[in-house]
Design a protein around this ligand. Structure first.
Ligand code: SF4
Ligand code: SF4
Length: 366
């Protein structure tokens, strides 16, 4: 049975122009990590778009198990977008798919719990206060967005960013940007939270989280949002010293943030900054997903670890002193992986390694 045999009524689930854009050429297949793992067409971007079309046309019922499996198995890394000759906005399609597939009680329990927590502004502030984020309370921008998970798990990242750029203001009243909601079946709340944050932080917003940067710039506009490396390069930031390890320039690799790379095309800036402070080593897998993928490492831990394993092999073979990240999810994923493997490589956010480079004394002591 083909889609042509079963035109069916429109489901109104997807924006028609987004779904129609795919020409089924398959150029995206080699870029897709889940296709690389499975070699199954259904686990590829083209296969998933075919499933979306079948859902939209009523050829497959909404409770079809392949639909449920593939909506969950996709990392949402958007590596299929930059390689697509037809300009398919796969990330947008995935949000629309999950809005439908993960509606209400269909949404995984862990996702429901996390989105509920970060929707409560007082709870986000409390998490941040307990972990002592950077100084807040200023009244004018440019603003540093603290991020809900970053302020809870890695508050030292915002402290480092504020030491690097004291002109940034980081009020602790700010809430979640809504990226978590948008990527996990509630794009309406994701958009509302981004707009609220835009009102709370009027003017230019700088973030240290690639996933938040991509979502926020999608809702508020590209000119309102910079990821930290972009902001530093645009403001001609000059590190004071190189970061050393055992008396030599540290060997440093980078893990791109998928949404920053594939959604905002920010790749050169973090590399430029790292080359200025270290012996930079470009990993072959730097641009591919580490398996964190928002809630993916919680929802599908086995697949998440399998995706990370090859990256850890590469980090180990490259004898890196540091692997640098641009997103808190990647930081948690790589820290966990490095600890399990007992590698000596340390995981730092870009803000943290650049902060070390501002203090020649501390950099040289490594
Ligand atoms: S998503 Fe793009 S690259 Fe992939 S099959 Fe469709 S048109 Fe081709
Ligand atoms: S978002 Fe990532 S995992 Fe999902 S189809 Fe695209 S490349 Fe594959």
């Amino acid at each position: 049975m083909t889609l042509d045999d079963q035109p069916g009524p429109s489901g109104g689930i997807f924006t028609p122009a987004l779904l129609d854009a795919c020409i089924s050429c398959g150029f995206c297949l080699p870029a897709c990590p889940t296709y690389a793992e499975t070699k199954d067409e259904a686990s590829s971007p083209r296969g998933r778009i075919t499933l979306m079309r079948a859902l939209e046309a009523g050829v497959l019922p909404p409770d079809d198990p392949t639909l449920a499996e593939q909506a969950s198995q996709c990392l949402g890394c958007r590596a299929c977008e930059p390689v697509c000759p037809a300009g398919v906005q796969y990330g947008q399609l995935l949000e629309e798919w999950r809005d439908h597939q993960w509606d209400g009680r269909q949404r995984p329990l862990v996702v429901r719990a996390l989105t509920l927590v970060v929707s409560r502004r007082w709870l986000v502030r409390l998490m941040g206060r307990l972990r002592r984020p950077g100084p807040g309370g200023g009244r004018s921008g440019p603003w540093l967005m603290l991020g809900c998970f970053e302020r809870a798990l890695f508050p030292r990242v915002s402290r480092a960013a504020l030491r690097l750029r004291p002109e940034l203001t980081a009020p602790d009243r700010q809430g979640c940007c809504g990226a978590l909601h948008a990527h996990n079946g509630d794009s309406a709340t994701g958009e509302r939270l981004a707009r609220e944050l835009g009102r709370d932080l009027p003017g230019h917003i700088v973030t240290t989280a690639g996933g938040c940067a991509a979502h926020l710039s999608h809702v508020l506009g590209r000119d309102r949002v910079s990821e930290l490396s972009e902001y530093l390069v645009a403001n001609a930031h000059v590190p004071a010293a190189r970061v050393l390890a055992e008396g030599r320039p540290a060997r440093v690799g980078l893990q791109d943030s998928c949404h920053l790379r594939n959604g905002m095309n920010v790749t050169k800036e973090p590399r430029q900054l790292l080359r200025e402070v270290s012996e930079y080593v470009e990993l072959a897998s730097a641009g591919t997903c580490c398996g964190a993928a928002g809630t993916y490492s919680l929802l599908r831990p086995k697949e998440s670890r399998a995706i990370l394993a090859a990256k850890l092999d590469e980090i180990e073979a490259a004898k890196l002193d540091y692997i640098v990240v641009l997103n808190p999810g990647c930081q948690r994923q790589l820290q966990t992986g490095v600890r399990r493997r007992r590698l000596t490589t340390r995981v730092l956010h870009l803000a943290e390694i650049l902060d070390r480079a501002q203090d020649p004394g501390s950099a040289a002591m490594e």
